[in-house]
Design a protein around this ligand. Structure first.
Ligand SMILES: Nc1ncnc2c1ncn2[C@@H]1O[C@H](COP(=O)(O)OP(=O)(O)O)[C@@H](O)[C@H]1O
Ligand SMILES: [Mg+2]
Length: 357
């Protein structure tokens, strides 16, 4: 398997994962549990179907989700993203493997425990908003609180806060069909946040929205993430959305992990041709950081130039680098990784212009 697991740096490493997924499989079809570990498990798509009548939607997948991160799962339609996220919440029962939530396997959770998880610790936002049509905005937002038995005054106050948070103040008394798609999804977001979950799951929440509205909603998620700091698992088939939102991105194909990495790692060091194809048209300077273009200093380099951090995106450093009369020193913590001058910056920009970037 061609998994590129890039080692994490510094403090990130210390944190215990929220989810630790190990060897997860989901096979749909008759006698699915009998296939794993047998030669049939290596068959793909049509061949597996012909031989066994089964579909392997998730194949031997292992990864961690860290506290507070936006963990994006990206892949083409049919690659297994929805099945994977539904396994994490057990809306789909996994066929094999472990899903440790703070060290405890949620596959072993009973019905009562699962209900608690779904009411208190997990929230979901789906593509087709899933709002209740005969309920007003405020009562849609309060729904999860109602389900878990909170008092009316209390849940309304909380719902009102969430309505304000997502920018829908003044629309509390409207019905879903009186709102645009973007506004309906804001209701979806408010409803998910109302229960103050530990983890938010998003399954292509903005795919049905117009591009401009979609951009607004992405910015909204970034803002909310900054404000509420929740762990988020976000599915998309859209690369630019993945790059914009993800702290890390898991790239899936045919149920398998192709690569896990930060956006700059996925763009700067694609694991294979599939990922390379995906990222071909991404402007490198928008995603790659100075770390990627720093070169070792030579004896001729003056070493008293300005200092920039290694994780500054190239685009944001263009002015500083081109405006300085000596190379910029690129630093990670106390360590100087190298220098970046005009030639390094111009090479990236020239490559983009030429369509190689
Ligand atoms: N309930 C199901 N029964 C049988 N096959 C399914 C079921 N759900 C999904 N699949 C199949 O599993 C594969 C992955 O689907 P899915 O997880 O929906 O992918 P994605 O969300 O990436 O589009 C597809 O081949 C799909 O047809
Ligand atoms: Mg899907």
């Amino acid at each position: 398997m061609s998994v590129l697991q890039v080692p994490v740096q510094g403090a990130e490493q210390q944190l215990e994962p929220v989810f630790a997924v190990k060897g997860l499989w989901k096979i749909f079809g008759p006698r699915a549990g009998k296939i794993i570990g047998r030669p049939e498990a290596d068959l793909r798509g049509a061949e597996l179907m012909a031989r066994t009548g089964c579909v392997a939607a998730v194949r031997d997948v292992s990864f961690d989700v860290r506290p507070g991160e936006v963990f994006v799962v990206m892949g083409l339609s049919g690659s297994g993203k929805s099945t994977l996220i539904r396994c994490l919440t057990r809306l789909v029962e996994p066929t094999a493997g472990q899903i440790l939530l703070h060290g405890e396997d949620i596959r072993e959770a009973g019905a009562g425990e699962l209900r608690e998880l779904r009411r208190h610790r997990f929230s979901m936002v789906f593509q087709h908003f899933g709002l209740l049509p005969h309920r007003r905005v405020l009562d849609n937002v309060a729904y999860g609180l109602e389900v878990r038995g909170e008092k009316k005054a209390q849940r309304r106050a909380r719902a009102q806060q969430m309505v304000d948070l997502v920018g829908l103040a003044g629309r509390e008394q409207l019905y879903p069909d009186q709102l645009s798609g973007g506004m309906q999804q804001r209701v979806g977001l408010a409803r998910a946040l109302a229960v103050d979950p530990e983890i938010l799951f998003f399954d292509e929440p903005f795919s049905a929205l117009d591009p401009l509205i979609r951009r607004d909603m992405q910015n909204e998620v970034i803002r909310l993430h900054r404000e509420v700091g929740k762990t988020m698992v976000f599915i998309t088939h859209d690369l630019s959305e993945a790059l914009k939102l993800g702290d890390r991105i898991l790239v899936m194909r045919d149920g398998e992990i192709v690569q896990i990495g930060r956006p700059d790692e996925v763009v700067g060091a694609p694991a294979d041709d599939y990922v390379r194809d995906f990222v071909r048209d991404v402007p490198r300077s928008d995603v790659l950081t100075l770390r990627w273009i720093a070169r070792p200093a030579t004896p001729d380099d003056p070493l008293d130039g300005p200092v920039l951090a290694a994780d500054v995106v190239i685009r944001d450093a263009v002015r500083a680098v081109l405006g300085a009369d000596r190379p910029i020193r690129v630093q990670a913590g106390d360590e100087v990784l190298g220098v970046v001058g005009a030639p390094e910056i111009l090479a990236v920009i020239a490559a983009e212009r030429a369509g190689e970037g």
